[in-house]
Every structure is written in C-alpha cells, then in structure tokens.
Design a protein around this ligand. Structure first.
Ligand SMILES: Cc1cc2nc3c(=O)[nH]c(=O)nc-3n(C[C@H](O)[C@H](O)[C@H](O)COP(=O)(O)OP(=O)(O)OC[C@H]3O[C@@H](n4cnc5c(N)ncnc54)[C@H](O)[C@@H]3O)c2cc1C
Length: 490
C-alpha cells in the first residue's frame, strides 16, 4: 500500500487525506498543534466556545459535494441554519442595512436605496451565476500547472463573460451609483484579500454565493466542519497525529523527500504539505530543493493579517445581528494602510460576529459571545498597549452604534494578532488568509501544487490553487489528491 504523509490538519489537509485514503492509499496527517482544524480551530473559556478563524459559511454546495463524495450529507454531521437577514452593514451610528435572504426583498431594498438598481442587480447576479458555475464547477478543479489547461473550447467560448481583466470595482461602479450599494457589493471580494480595484470581476461569483446561495451557520460553531471532516477521515482509516510538527523534509539523491517528526525520519511515497507554502519551502527544505526564492515570496501580495478579539460579555447586547460589518469609516483610507503604506490603521473598518444571537450553545445563558476582526497589514509589529487601544476603539464605536454599554460587561477577553498567526500556524508574515486573489496571483499564476525540484512533494491550501477561504481549501485538498492519485496510477 502506497503511503502519503500530509503536513497540517487544516481543511485542505483533511480533505486531501480523505480523498487519498478513499482511493486505497494510507494517508497520515502530521499536525504541529494539539488540535486539528488549522485556522478554523475553536477554544473554550468561562463557558464560552469561540471559533478562532472563519465565521462565514458560504457556498454550502461545496461542503455538501465533499460530504457526498464519502456517502454522507451535511445533516449527518451538523445542523445547518440559513441566517435571515444574512448580515448587517453599518454605515454610521444611525444608519444600517440588513441584507435580506429573500431575493424579492433584496431587489426592493436595492430599489429603495437607488431607484432603477433592482434591474441592474438582476443582470449582475445573472452574470455572477455564470461565473460561479464555470469558476466553482470547472476552474477550481484544475491543477493549474499550466495555462494550456484553460485552452478548452468551452472555456474559450465564454472567456469574455468571465471578466478576468476588468476589476470588480469598475464592474460594480458601471452598474451602481449609490456608495452604499457599492460597498455592499464590494464587501464579498474583501474575503479574497485584495482591494476591489485589484480583484478581477470574475469574483462577482462571490456576490452570487452571498445573495443567491446565502449565509449559513453550522449549529455548535464553525469548528463543527473540521470535526465532521475529521470523523470522515478517521472512519476511512486516515491516521491523524497531533503535536507532531514536521521539522524537516530531507531530499535523497533520487530527489525523493522524507519528513522528520520529533526527530524521527518518516518515509512516504508522496508528501503533501498543507502548511503555509512559504514555511514548507523556506524552513523545511534546503535551498537547492526550493521551487521559489525568498525574493519571489517578498514580491507576492499577501492577504491581510488581523487583530482578533474573542470576548465573553456578561449580558445580551442590543442592536446587533449574528454578522455585523462596521463600514462606518472610509475604506479607501484603511485600504492604503493595509496595502500601500502598511501601518496600524487610524480608523479601521471592522467586523463583529455574535454567534450567540443564533446559537445558545456558544455562550452561557443571558450572555454574548463576540468575535471582532480588524484587518491589519501583514507583518506589523504589535504590543499589548496597541491591542488594548484597538479594543477600546472598536468597543466605543460599537457602543455608539448599539446605544448599549459593552466595555464594562466584558468578563473574558483574548486577543490574537500577527505574531500568533506566525507562532500558531507558521504563517508567512502572519497572513490570515494566504495570497491576495489579484489577477497576477490567480490560477496558474499561483504557487504550484507540485514541487519543481522534489519528485514526490506536493502542496495544497490557501497559498496555492484555488485560493483562500474554507470552500477553496476543501477543494484544494481534492485537487491535489486527484493529482497525486493520477501520478500513482501512471
Ligand atoms: C481570522 C480568519 C477569518 C476567516 N474567515 C473566513 C470565513 O469567514 N469564511 C471562509 O470561508 N474563510 C475564512 N477564512 C479563511 C479560511 O479559514 C482559510 O482559508 C482556511 O481555513 C485555510 O485552510 P488551510 O488548510 O489552507 O490552512 P490552515 O488552516 O492554516 O492549516 C494548515 C495547518 O498546518 C499546520 N502546520 C503548519 N506548519 C506545520 C508543520 N511544520 N508541521 C505540521 N503542521 C504544520 C498548522 O498548524 C495548520 O493546522 C478566515 C481565516 C482567518 C484566519
């Protein structure tokens, strides 16, 4: 039986392992941390259960397709609830918009903000549906090792409809005038780690995911996804070893790699690294075995890092929904501080997630579980004083908007910042979600799933194809597993 060693137990590692094992090979996952799940772990404190990373469950079809590959369905693993309204966008202390989950209500909302815009939204979503169908059902399943994979008659026929060279900003601006509608429509592309100006209009497929497919929540928290994938992998026979950081990949004269874990050498027919690509290349391999130089990595545009607060609040907070986007400051200024002149933002936009509005399991009775995320430029230096300053800044803005007191009711607080991304996940410059999905970093222009120098070394996860996000990470694991299985079958 051929063996595959998988580095890391995030969604991409778990997904790759499950597909490898299902096809009759032995997959073993080596995870440095005590817990599986990577950036999507959770922790408990004072009766609260905090999801540490992702909180938006979009593209339920991708999760369902994964589970069905193993004879399961989503409801076998957790109860999925559609949120309605989907989320709240806050423009200032007196003004917000709740995004309805119902399409007719959504059109009415657009019409009420900008007369005539409902018809543009219909067109916009129809175009986005085409991109979603081609993007999610075809593009993302390609290993993207060469642009020639994309030279297919069916793809070329619809090439212009994919709008790869137009930016999503100009696509949205050509149809909508209202600044409010523009920021609502530009919001999903922020998940892709770049500004709307640099994100190809192809990614309006994210608007389709948002407005057509909906915002969902797995009861018990996002960590339920990792637990479900873990149970599928274990049922298949995947071996999962936690507290097992990979220290080195040694390359033999035949250009085959083996890994070292806790000082022991482990040989495998293939190695798949789902750890951050840069870490695997620059820290686990010697120089002559690296596919990309440090200069290459420094020239990449990274998705931001983040300052996150996990807060336990000893009361129910008024006027907040499950997902709340505080777009009450100028995004262009914050974007400059994220990408052009990286520094701690003066007036950051931020996101507040209150899962206890939907799920009584994640906070004690009568209390609130609040997760706050402030996007930060990668590699910033932090200090306890700075973190406290930003906690006070965002809580003040929340109090102003909610007209409710929060600060004095915080009974638990933990911060997670750039240095934690580095130490917990070996993250390059402390990035939260990989490489920005700019045109120059899309598909075959991303770091490749196959090492150029080590014959049996492969990569998966948010720094390779298809990109950042939970659904792409799950898909990435499937793509690399298929590629490795094909190599074995040759
Ligand atoms: C704060 C935050 C919010 C997010 N919000 C959302 C959201 O709402 N919706 C969404 O879809 N996506 C979201 N994302 C993105 C999404 O969570 C990630 O893209 C996805 O989880 C990445 O999975 P991965 O498998 O590529 O990497 P990871 O989850 O990082 O997994 C890699 C694993 O490798 C391990 N590892 C590293 N080095 C070694 C080593 N030497 N040996 C062994 N193991 C090692 C790490 O410990 C880790 O467990 C968010 C991400 C963050 C950080």
């Amino acid at each position: 039986m051929k063996s595959v060693a998988i580095i890391g137990s995030g969604f991409s590692g778990l997904s790759a392992a499950a597909f490898i094992q299902k096809n009759g090979y032995q997959a073993t996952i080596y995870e440095k941390n005590e817990q599986i799940g990577g950036r999507a772990r959770s922790f408990r404190a004072k009766g609260y259960t905090f999801d540490m990373g992702p909180s938006w469950y979009w593209m339920p079809d991708v999760f369902e397709r994964f589970y069905q590959s193993f004879g399961k369905t989503t409801s076998d693993l957790y109860q999925l609830k559609r949120l309605s309204p989907s989320y709240r966008v806050i423009f200032n202390e007196d003004e917000h918009v709740d995004l309805p989950s119902n399409k007719e209500e959504l059109y009415e909302l657009f019409e009420s903000i900008e007369p005539g815009s409902a018809v543009h939204l219909k067109d916009f979503l129809q175009e986005a549906q085409y991109k979603y169908e081609v993007g999610i059902n075809q593009f993302v399943m390609m290993p993207s090792l060469s642009f020639t994979e994309f030279l297919r008659a069916d793809i070329l026929k619809g090439f212009f409809k994919l709008q790869l060279v137009t930016s999503i900003e100009s696509h949205i601006r050509s149809k909508f005038k209202s600044p409010k509608l523009r920021s609502i429509l530009e919001f999903p592309s922020l998940f892709l780690g770049a500004t709307p100006k640099k994100t190809p209009a192809l990614y309006s497929l994210m608007n389709y995911a948002d407005m057509e497919l909906g915002t969902w929540y797995p009861m018990g928290g996002m960590a339920k996804i990792g637990e479900g994938m873990n149970s599928i992998a274990e049922e298949l026979g995947v071996s999962i070893k936690t507290n097992s950081g990979v220290e080195k990949i040694e390359v033999s004269p035949s250009k085959k790699g083996s890994i070292y874990v806790n000082g022991s050498k482990i040989e495998a027919d293939a190695i798949i690294s789902s750890a951050d690509y840069h870490h695997t290349e620059q820290h686990l391999l010697n120089k002559t075995s690296q596919s990309y130089s440090e200069k290459y990595w420094d020239s990449r545009e990274l998705a931001p890092s983040a300052l996150i607060f996990y807060l336990g609040v000893n009361k129910k907070v008024k006027n907040l929904l499950h997902h709340n986007l505080f777009f009450d400051e100028d995004f262009n200024e914050h974007a400059k501080e994220l990408y052009t002149t990286p520094k701690w933002p003066e007036k950051p936009l931020f996101y507040a997630c209150v899962p206890s509005k939907t799920d009584p399991e994640v906070a004690p009775d009568g209390k609130e579980n609040i997760f706050i995320l402030i996007p930060l430029a990668a590699d910033l230096k932090e200090s306890e004083e700075l973190k406290q300053k930003y906690l006070e800044l965002v809580i003040k803005r929340m109090e102003k908007y909610t007209k409710d007191s929060i600060m004095e009711f915080i009974e638990y607080q933990r911060a997670f910042c750039v240095s934690d991304f580095k130490s917990e996940y070996n993250s390059f410059k402390g990035n939260a979600y990989g490489l920005a999905n700019t045109l120059k970093q899309t598909a075959f222009l991303k770091p490749k799933i196959k090492s150029k120098r080590v014959n049996n070394l492969f990569y998966t996860g948010q720094l390779t194809v298809p990109g950042p996000g939970v659904p792409p990470a799950i898909i990435s694991g499937e793509v690399v597993a298929n590629y490795v299985i094909n190599q074995f079958n040759r």
